[in-house]
Each structure stands twice: as C-alpha cells, then as structure tokens.
Design a protein around this ligand. Sequence first.
Ligand code: UDP
Ligand code: MG
Length: 320
Amino acid sequence: MLQISVIIPVFNEEESLPELSNWISRVMEEHGFSYEIIFVNDGSTDGSWKMIAKLSQINPNVKGISFTRNYGKSAALDMGFSKAKGKVVITMDADLQDSPEEIPDLYDMIVKDGYDIVSGWKKKRFDPITKTIPSRFFNFITRMISGIHLNDFNCGLKAYDQKVVKNIHIYGEMHRYIPLIAKWSGFSKIGEKVVEHRARKYGETKFGIERFLNGFLDLISVSFVNRYRKKPMHFFGTLGSVSFLAGFFITCWLIGQKIFGLYKGLQVREITDQPLFFLALVALIVGMQLFLTGFLAEMMTSHSSRKTDYNIEQELNFND
Ligand code: UDP
Ligand code: MG
C-alpha cells in the first residue's frame, strides 16, 4: 500500500504547478516515502491541465484528473478522496502557500500518534487583513458550534487517515467544515499542527469577499443537515405542530368566548371581526404547510442515493 497520497485542487494555477510538484517529490524522496500526487483540475481555463499532463509524463507518481467545468474546491477534494490510495492522505493548495516540508511530520502524527485528522494552523499568516479578521470570527463561531478546538478550520493543508476520506462526502463549499463533517461521521481524534504559511507567489485568490457570507450560510446548513438529514420530519414536524396547535387553541378560545357570550346574553363580536381569528387562520395554514414540507423532505431522504454531483472528463495514470 502506498504511504502517502497528496491531493491538490487546481483552478488556474499553471505557474505554480511545476515548482510544487518538484518540491513535493523531493521531500518524498528524501524521506523514502512511497507516494502519489493527485492533481484535480477543477475546470481551469489556463494551461494548468496541459502542465499536469506534462508533469505526469515526467513522473509516474503524478496523476491527474480533470473536471468538465469548474465545480469548486469541495468537489475537487471529494474526487481526490475517492481516488486516493495512500495510507495517509494529505490535501494542500496549489498556490504554494502551503509548504510540502510539513508532510513528514503530518504523516507521523497520523501513523504514530494515531490521529484521524491533523489540520494545519497558519499561525503566522501571510494574507491581507480583510481575510484574516473575518476568518478569526469564523473560527470562533465554528469552534462554538462544533466543540472542536481548532484555531484554523479552513487551512488547505490537512492530513487524514485513509479511513476518514473514504467515509466522508464533501459537496457544495463544505471544504471549510471538513473537521466537523469528519467528527459527525465518528472520527473525533482531531489534531492541529502549526504550519508554515507563505504569501501567494503566482496568480490570485479564487475566493472573493462572498466567501464570508457563503461560509456562514454553509455553517448553518452543515449543522442543520448533520442533525436532520435522516429525519427532516423531526424539524419540520416540530415547528408544524407548534404552529398548528397554536392556531387550534386560539380557534377554540374564540369559539368558547362566543358561545359563552351568547349563553350569558352579552353583546358579542363576530368571530371574523377579531384580529385573533386571522392569526389563528395563518397559524393553522403555516402549520399544515410545515408538515407537508416535512413529508416531502422525508420522501426525498429515502430516495437520495446519488452521492456526487460532478462529472469527470479525463484521467491520467489511473491504470484500473
Ligand atoms: N480551487 C479550486 N476550485 C475553485 C477555487 C479554488 O480547485 O473553484 C483551488 C485553488 O486552485 C487552490 C485552492 O483551491 O489550490 C485554494 O484556493 P485559493 O488559494 O484561491 O484560496 P485562499 O488561499 O485565498 O483561501
Ligand atoms: Mg491560497
């Protein structure tokens, strides 16, 4: 069995690839690791795929896989995870911001110290302040929600035991929350290692300011999906019941009041003249709708078998 698979998502990183590939190979050979480097070309529009093809000819340990279009970093990682053969799987960005020199220590932490995941921590960071400050805030919120004590959830450099990557599924933009997904899948030995971080040498960042809003929405959905994916009725049904019961009791109250008034010979308002009546009506309808949504969600859950949402165009050096 191979010792290490390195997975690298690539979206328009042509200039960095030769340097990165050579550097990783050098580190691997110095330490005598058996390895593979899997470049996942995520719909690059520059010469990245050509470059990967060239590198894969020079070095048979370099493998490449290319999507039909840009599906995002999460899809690229997910693809890499499904292809990886190494005992330890390492992910790193293609932009040379992460250093391959960290690989041997990460490998040891998985193999010798028995971690399921080791996440890099860019303690000294070379990114603009517009990125570092919101990122601190995000890490804080994510720590609160997940109870996982990591300082830097979204570091591209991470190491995994193979059993982790074969058991988790990453989609959308969930790459920011892999440690959460892993923990919820039962891999809770999660470690952290301070890693060297460098400024981007070539090209530019692929994520703009929208990363923060998207990241926040993803955090909400990742926690929601984790809790209710297999039982959506628990969520919608609870809300639906509360709303429906509120409507029901208000209606009972209105009718009771009316009957009581008539019985006592008091002057009573028409039920439809009272604001509460409309409130009750809305609550009943909303409650019903939530129930129906819950049922639909349950049906979708029981029919969802398709796991991935991307298509492969080409593969290199996968001889099976
Ligand atoms: N990436 C990708 N698909 C995308 C966007 C990014 O595969 O749609 C890759 C990109 O090529 C890089 C890594 O994800 O290898 C991290 O991207 P980037 O360096 O732009 O993110 P940042 O460091 O700014 O968070
Ligand atoms: Mg980067």
